[in-house]
Design a protein. Structure first.
Length: 232
């Protein structure tokens, strides 16, 4: 198990920070990001930067601090305040918001299946043989990661995609997780599976059973389910 996560509530549950880190090459990068990325994010916020800038600085700084490590990690992080979801993603972890009958994917998957990422890696000099980009025979699937200093020269960057989403009265669930969830289940399948769930715990159990028991998934699996109050 090379995944790690961090979850923090504040202001009597009105604010929340969550980070999910899917490590590879060992768990060192995922654990370091879990322990430090949120601290840097909030530090930058107190210096007057906005949430997007705070995420970018946190991702890139943590990646530089891991330059002595061989490991790396993907990351999806989000911060909820005043009914707004501020988010950042580097790699193939994902964040979706589910309404009454459909899902909105708020992140991009940073893999070679993403045409912009594919072209960026080609221009950077990586040897591209989908689903991996190679350097001297060593391959990596995600095209953006924290850490992975060995692959930086071929275009593997820590700069996250950032965005903000205003929650609406139609939104019911937030689901964020590593590719161990989303490689097994499409967004639409997750919507259907959660239709009968009434609590976040119940919803999480449904997804876990579907991935690990019904589909016998073998990848590391880390995800969070949040139930959104209907009155916003």
């Amino acid at each position: 198990m090379e995944d790690a996560y961090y979850l923090q509530f504040a202001d009597e549950g009105k604010q929340l920070f969550c980070g999910i880190y899917d490590g590879h090459g060992g768990d060192a990068a995922a654990i370091y990001a879990r322990d430090n990325l949120h601290k840097l994010f909030f530090k930058v916020l107190t210096q007057g930067e906005n949430e997007a800038s705070a995420f970018v600085q946190a991702f890139e700084t943590i990646s530089k601090e891991l330059s002595h490590q061989d490991s790396g990690t993907t990351a999806v992080s989000f911060y909820i305040k005043n009914k707004t979801v501020f988010l950042a993603n580097a790699g193939d972890a994902r964040l979706i918001v589910i309404g009454r009958s459909q899902a909105k994917q708020l992140t991009q998957d940073h893999r070679l299946t993403n045409p912009q990422e594919y072209q960026r890696l080609l221009k950077a000099g990586g040897v591209v043989q989908p689903p991996y980009v190679y350097k001297d025979g060593q391959g990596l699937m995600p095209t953006r990661t924290i850490g992975d200093e060995y692959f930086k020269v071929i275009g593997i960057i820590a700069t996250p995609q950032t965005d903000a989403y205003q929650l609406t009265s139609q939104d019911r669930w937030i689901v964020a997780g590593s590719d161990g969830l989303f490689d097994e289940l499409t967004n639409e399948e997750i919507v259907r599976l959660l239709l009968a769930s009434t609590t976040a715990k119940q919803a999480a159990e449904v997804l876990k059973k579907e991935v690990l028991v019904t589909r016998q998934g073998r990848d590391n699996l880390t995800f969070i389910v949040l139930k959104i109050k209907t009155k916003l």
